[in-house]
Design a protein around this ligand. Structure first.
Ligand code: ADP
Ligand code: ADP
Ligand code: ZN
Ligand code: ZN
Length: 954
């Protein structure tokens, strides 16, 4: 473990293939005859315990080889090693179509999908850091009384003796009494208590400071039960250790005194009190002893009972009710009351305002707490906002009221736990001065510093050293993968795919499995060029502890860092599926057919376009955005141009573009389903007619949707089939050629072509439908051919093949022009009927782009927003993507992309660079201008990379 991070970077090119630098070269991974998807009988050898990159154009077969062949086989081998019960299902698991594989260890895929289904899971829980923190708090957390802020602790016989030892060490032998209170039994009188004591043989008591021997004298008449303490023993303690009598007497005192005991020094009368309960000794309030479960919001024992550990509840969001805090009450600051229907409510408020001293002509933000309190909670003769919304809520069965409410509804912090998600008891436990919600609200960077500086006592070290090491190690990995800006309580569901993958990567390192095979899918997604270096050193660490690491990547720097590169191609789909070159980076650069090699060596490159100007462009401006880390950012987007928003991961790009800009525009255009992040003002929305977010979400959630249905090409195809002689004879309509409605489709599988078999505990398995053999239609429908092909044959064609097929006939022209946009965005290799669930995020995004390209006419004024459209794209594909984006702009649309890829940034008309750093150290606009102008800004990380790329001098 020690050498894990500090390993010097080894020059990949200098290392011989097969890896002779390892003491005992492991046998390589051998694959023969792989034919999964488009792979053309591929055979290759991969060195073990090395960092291997698979590259090649999109659709060339990288994932088919890395995930669907190698990883899938690793999974199968893993199941094979399980119990006989699990193994009985093995033969029914899909075996990858490959002749022979050797040398594969159990495989772990680190994917971009969020694996956590639990909506409560956070960065802390998914990295296991939170579990260690719970242990740490249970072991060394100090409970603090919330009333008097004094630490709460419990005493034991040992801690009493420790105190005596301390006194004896200072002053020599200690003469003392050990006392305990008269056990308080509410029903017994003082006399009864005393009689009972005597019977048990306790004959000495103290009343206040006065000793009384019960065998000789009576209790003083004024004595009350609470004044009386039992003298358990009179002893002398000598330095250097206790005798058994001391221990026994202390124990007796605790037992007799219901957990309380005191030591009174003979000479001075000084008293020390001890308490075996976990109780504040000042306030006499008992506390629960910390237990790991107490800190778990996933467990009913620890979770806040009000919000069940969500930390939030749904309610009226005042930021939506008063969207513009500059407005005064009279000018309509309260948005819901500006509509004619509710205007009377505003009038009611204005009527009482004078009497109640509420200022109606100052901006909302200047109102005092007293004033807003009346507005929200009402007063005599005026129904406040709370009651108003309650009243509306009662009518929510009517659609109008429901929509009205939805405009103002948002998540608000749970009032019971203030968003901490835990029961109040958990909040009293602290390490140094912080409780667990305060720790997890720190960024990873801050938490790393906090625990790095934490000084522990010898005792604390003995019980917590291991746990603390685990916490520190994991935090360190997260810092290393460039995620130091995330807070530990960040919900896993709000992370981007790239962030999720890097968290999984750090977690994999933290759990330090060795001898495994890791397969990663484009880990550079979402990462700024500046941080790629760190990612590489993490991948190298994973390798250096003894793992084989296979990475599907397009990033030039990561390819250059690989020990071994496999370039797939030469084209996509049917034109791909072969190994074009394999070996060191040098070997790839020298290979004649390798597109990757050509781009790496600079023989091919993406041209910098002749600069267009943004002067004269009108602008949509979002002013004063303040969501998450944004520091009152103004975003000014030139209309009819191509703008790139850049900045390191965590600088605030998604927050600004998605949460604020996109959501605000949608609301402006009448769609209130999104909640917009905080901002002051949006102007220029009228400059565009529509706003489209072209993201990586799947184009359809069912296997029934596919590129042909999504782009509506299939409608045209069905019309064409219905118009044939053969179809008319049989009375077929376009509907007969649909697999989504009854009629022509196979009813056994309802047109899906597959039957799903539910497995006990493994994933469901899917088999081709028995009736139609996976062809989805009834045999009569399949017999209705168009130019010799059935509808099923058409669905099996790639876009490129279909274009050739339909161009042969005049009626097919419209189909060809629709398909052309798919091939223009680099999707010529997909099959028309390929189920959308098997498409990658990048492919889904490009199909959406294509469909927009097909549907926008010249003069359309739409704003398109893309989030890292280069995901999954090879250099060669990016050239095509840029052409498509430019086509949108040429037709009068506006394009806004969030990007890290320098080749895209350099081609934008306008660049807005956020930063300078991530998290709280970011959230500002660092530079804004043409790519050349950005390159000239020293403070911009993006500028530095652009400078090199644009060939500009220092
Ligand atoms: P890459 O990872 O290089 O982008 P893939 O391995 O994902 O390429 O795809 C290679 C080819 O296999 C493509 O033509 C793709 O459409 C096809 N393909 C991928 N997954 C599936 C699948 N589940 N079913 C059918 N075809 C697939
Ligand atoms: P980028 O898109 O540039 O990577 P983000 O906009 O995702 O940056 O993040 C900016 C900052 O806001 C980061 O510190 C991030 O942790 C924080 N942040 C983003 N989304 C959320 C959220 N849903 N909840 C809390 N914090 C968030
Ligand atoms: Zn709560
Ligand atoms: Zn069927």
């Amino acid at each position: 473990m020690k050498t894990l991070r500090k390993s010097p970077r080894k020059k990949s090119a200098a290392r011989p293939r097969g890896g002779s630098s390892a003491p005992r070269p492991k046998a390589p991974i051998v694959i023969r005859g792989a034919r999964v998807h488009n792979l053309r009988n591929v055979s290759l050898e991969l060195p073990r315990n090395r960092l291997i990159v698979f590259t090649g154009v999109s659709g060339s077969g990288k994932s088919s080889l890395a995930f669907d062949t190698i990883y899938a086989e690793g999974q199968r081998r893993f199941v094979e090693s399980l119990t006989a019960y699990a193994r009985q299902f093995l033969e029914r698991m899909d075996k990858p179509d490959v002749d022979f594989i050797q040398g594969i260890s159990p495989a772990i895929a680190i994917e971009q999908k969020a694996t956590a289904k639990n909506p409560r899971s956070t960065v802390g829980t998914s990295t296991e850091i939170y579990d260690y923190l719970r242990l740490l708090f249970a072991r060394i957390g100090r409970t603090v009384c919330p009333t008097c802020t004094r630490p709460v602790h419990r005493d034991t016989v040992a801690s009493v003796i420790e105190k005596l030892e301390e006194l004896a060490a200072k002053n020599g032998p200690v003469k003392f009494h050990i006392l305990c209170p008269l056990a308080p039994h509410p029903s017994a009188s003082l006399k009864q208590e005393i009689d009972y004591l005597k019977k048990k043989g306790f004959i000495r008591v103290m009343v206040g400071k006065e000793a009384v021997d019960l065998s000789t004298s009576p209790l003083p008449a004024r004595a009350r039960k609470s004044d009386v303490r039992i003298v358990i023993d009179r002893l002398v303690y000598r330095p250097g250790g206790a005798d058994t009598r001391t221990g026994d007497s202390v124990e007796t005192a605790f037992n007799q005194g219901d957990g309380y005991a005191s030591v009174v020094l003979h000479e001075t009368g000084e008293e020390f009190h001890f308490n075996r309960h976990f109780e504040c000794s000042t306030c006499r309030v008992r506390f629960e002893e910390p237990d790991p479960r107490l800190f778990s919001f996933n467990n009913p024992y620890g979770a806040c009972p009000e919000c069940q550990g969500f930390g939030k509840s749904v309610g009226i969001d005042m930021d939506l009710v008063v969207p513009d805090k500059e407005k005064s009450l009279r000018d309509g600051a309260i948005h819901p009351w500006t509509t004619p229907k509710w205007h009377d409510n505003l009038r009611g408020l204005l009527r009482i305002a004078y009497e109640q001293k509420i200022r109606i002509d100052v901006p909302w933000r200047e109102l005092t707490v007293r004033e807003t309190d009346i507005i929200i909670n009402g007063s005599k003769g005026f129904e406040g906002l709370n009651d108003f919304f309650k009243k509306v809520g009662r009518k929510a069965y009517k659609i109008y009221y429901r929509i009205f409410l939805s405009r103002y509804r948002g998540y608000t912090l749970c009032a019971a736990c203030a968003g901490t998600r835990l029961r109040p008891a958990a909040l009293n436990v602290r390490i140094r001065d912080r409780n667990i919600p305060e720790i997890v609200s720190l960024t990873i960077d801050e938490a790393h510093r906090f625990f790095g500086r934490l000084k522990l006592t010898a005792y604390e070290l003995s019980v917590a050293r291991r746990i603390l090491e685990e916490v520190n190690r994991r935090l360190e990995y997260l810092v290393d993968v460039g995620l130091g800006y995330l807070t530990l309580d960040r919900l896993a569901g709000t992370l981007s795919g790239g962030e999720t993958q890097r968290i999984n990567l750090a977690t994999a390192l933290g759990s330090s499995l060795v001898g495994s095979l890791y397969v990663l899918d484009e880990p550079s997604i979402g990462l700024h060029q500046r941080d790629t270096r760190k990612l590489i050193s993490i991948l190298e660490s994973l390798r250096d502890v003894g793992n084989t690491v296979i990475v599907v990547e397009h990033d030039a720097e990561i390819i250059a860092a690989a020990d071994h590169v496999v370039d797939l191609g030469p084209g996509a789909g049917e034109q791909g599926g072969a190994i074009v070159a394999a070996g060191s980076v040098r070997d790839i650069g020298l290979a004649a057919d390798s597109l990757t090699g050509k781009y790496l060596s600079g023989a091919l490159s993406i041209a910098v376009p002749r600069r267009r100007t943004v002067s004269g462009a009108k602008r949509i401006v979002l002013a004063g955005a303040r969501e998450n880390n944004l520091k009152s950012v103004d975003l000014s987007v030139p209309v009819g141009r191509f703008t790139a928003v850049t900045g390191v991961s965590g600088s605030g790009k998604s927050t600004l573009v998605h949460d604020c800009f996109y959501a605000a525009l949608r609301r402006e255009k009448g769609d209130y389903s999104l909640q917009a992040g905080k901002y002051r003002e949006l102007t220029g929305a009228e400059l565009v007619d529509a706003v489209e977010l072209v993201d990586q979400a799947p184009i359809g959630r069912t296997p029934r949707s596919n590129p042909a249905t999504y782009t509506k090409v299939f409608d045209l195809v069905r019309e064409l089939f219905a118009s044939t002689q053969a179809a008319r004879v049989r009375g077929f309509t376009p509907g007969s050629f649909s697999f989504n409605i009854p009629g022509g489709r196979c009813e056994t599988c309802e047109g899906s072509g597959i039957q799903t078999i539910e497995m006990q505990f493994l994933a469901d398995i899917e088999l081709p439908c028995e009736s139609c053999k996976g062809k989805r239609f009834r045999s009569e429908v399949l017999d209705a051919h168009y130019h010799g092909k059935s509808i099923d044959d058409v669905l099996g064609m790639t876009v490129t093949q279909a274009m050739a097929f339909f161009s042969a006939t005049p009626q097919g022209k419209k189909i060809v022009s629709r398909l052309r946009v798919l091939s223009d965005v680099g999707m010529g290799y997909v099959r028309l009927g390929q189920s959308s669930t098997t498409l990658s995020g990048g492919e889904a995004q490009r199909i959406k782009l294509a469909s927009h390209l097909a549907n926008t006419r010249p003069g359309s004024r739409t704003l398109f927003i893309f989030d890292e459209p280069t995901t999954g794209l090879h250099f060669h594909d990016i050239a095509k993507l840029l052409a498509a984006l430019n086509a949108l702009v040429e037709r009068g649309n506006t394009v806004l992309v969030i990007e890290h890829h320098p080749d895209v940034i350099k081609c934008a008309d306008w660049v807005i660079d956020l930063g300078p750093e991530a998290g709280q150290k970011g959230g500002r606009v660092v530079a804004e201008g043409t790519p050349e102008e950005i390159a000239a800004v020293g403070a911009s990380h993006t500028g530095k990379f652009l400078k090199a790329l644009l060939g500009m001098r220092e």
